[in-house]
Write a protein that binds this ligand. Sequence first.
Ligand SMILES: [Zn+2]
Length: 263
Amino acid sequence: MPELPDVEYVRKRLSRWIGHGRIDSCKVHDARIVRPLRPSAAERALTGRGVRAIDRRGKWLRISLEGGGFVFSHLGMTGWFELARDDAPLRFERVRLTIARGRKLARVAYVDARRFGHMRVADEEVAAWSSLGPDPLDDEIDLDAVLARLAKWKKRTIKDALMDQRLLAGVGNIHATEALWKAHIDPRTRAGKIDRKDLVAIMKGVRWTIDRALLDLEKGDAGAKDPFVIYGHAGKPCPRCRTTLVKTQLAGRTTTYCPGCQK
Ligand SMILES: [Zn+2]
C-alpha cells in the first residue's frame, strides 16, 4: 500500500512529466476511478486544460489546473502513475492522460490493480483534502495547534493519534512505529502526556523515517529489501540498545517498540 514517501515520489515524477504542460487528451477506462463524475464528463473537464502545479498533502495529490479547478488523486491500495511508450494501454491502466509540453508528448497512465484509488475532478477543494492536518514535510507546522489537538485526545495513545489524518496527514502504521522509536517515546504513552519537547522529537522522527524511505525509493531496484529499522522486527534486538523488540496491538494495529529505550 502506498505510504506518504511513495506518494511524494509519485508527485516528483508527475511534476517532471506533466508540470506546466497541457492536457491534450484524457481517456477514462474505468468509471470507478473518476466517480462521482461520469467518464465522459471527466474527460471533457480535463481536455485542453493547462497544468499549473502538482502538490501533496499526506497521501493525497492535488493537480491544480490553469483557470481554476483541480484533480484530487489518492492511490488507494495499488494505484500508481507510469509513463507509457505508446498508445497501447498498460496492464491495469484506468486513466490515460496525454500531455503536451512544447513539441513533446508525455503519455501518463494511472494504473491500479485493485481500483481503490481516485482521480476526482472538482472545481473546489474536496473535504478529503481540506480536512487533512498539516503535511509532516511542511516547514511551517503550527506545533501549538498540534499540541492542542493531542491534549483533546488525552486518552488515546500517541501511536493511534499519530495515525489520525487530522493531526498530521499521511502518517501510517509503518512510519508512526519508526518515528516513535527514533524519538525514544513509548507508543502506549497517552496523547495528553506529550509535551512540546516530545512533539519536536516525534516530528523529527517522522521526517527521518520519511526521508529514509524516499531516498530508498529513488534508488529503484538498488533500494533495500527491508528499509525499516524496527517495523516488522519484533523478536530481534533493538539497533540502539540491544533490548529485544516486542510487539503489541494498539487501536487494532500491530505496533513494534523497544521496552529498553522507548520510555
Ligand atoms: Zn532500544
